[in-house]
Structure formats: C-alpha cells, structure tokens
Design a protein around this ligand. Structure first.
Ligand SMILES: [Zn+2]
Ligand SMILES: [Zn+2]
Length: 110
C-alpha cells in the first residue's frame, strides 16, 4: 500500500456525539473521541517542550468537552478547536493514523 494514501485524509468530519471521523486515502475509516484527542494534545500549553512532561491535567477538562471545529494545516496536519477554548494543538495525520483506535489498527503498527 502506498504510504502517502495511508496518511491522506480524504474526509474529515465532526460527528455527534463528540467524535471525529477521518476517512483515509486507502479507504480506512477512523473514529476518535474528542476527549482522547484533547488529552493527547502535544502543544506547548499541554506538554512541556523541554522535559516532555504533561502540563495538562485531564481531570480539569469539562465533562461535556467536544470539538468545535478543525482546520487543515498544510497537507499533513489538522488543527483542532475544542469547546474548552483550546485551539493551539496540531495533530499530524501520520500520528492520527498511527493512533487509530479501531480493532484493526489497535496494537498493530503495520
Ligand atoms: Zn494543547
Ligand atoms: Zn483503524
């Protein structure tokens, strides 16, 4: 399989409740919970740039946290905006594909 198709997001959609859908160039579909994305944010406000220590305490996130929007950044990234006002995080498509939570991907890194 051509790797560029594998990390090409043909479709990105916000689904209710609190789920992000990505349809990849190879036809695979990934569903991510908004909360898990928020908790895995690696921006400078959530992870210390130097020590890589987490700054964000997931316990402080609101119970009804959800995505409010997204923007493509270049060809290989998504900038996600959350209902808690956080909108500085960038998720590369490669990272999203690598963390697809579906049973087919879970635990395999092929
Ligand atoms: Zn962040
Ligand atoms: Zn998958």
């Amino acid at each position: 399989m051509d790797n560029s198709a594998r990390i090409r997001a043909d479709e990105v959609e916000l689904l209710k409740p609190a789920t992000l859908l990505i349809v990849w160039g190879d036809g695979h579909e990934s569903l991510y919970s908004d909360r898990s994305l928020r908790e895995s944010c690696e921006c400078a406000a959530c992870i210390d740039e130097w020590s890589r220590a987490p700054i964000l305490d997931p316990a402080t996130l609101p119970a009804d946290l959800h995505l409010t929007g997204f923007e493509r950044t270049g060809r290989y990234g998504l900038n996600l905006a959350f209902s808690d006002g956080h909108r500085t995080g960038i998720w590369t498509l490669e990272r999203l594909r690598g963390t697809c939570p579906c049973p087919d991907c879970d635990g395999s890194s092929s």
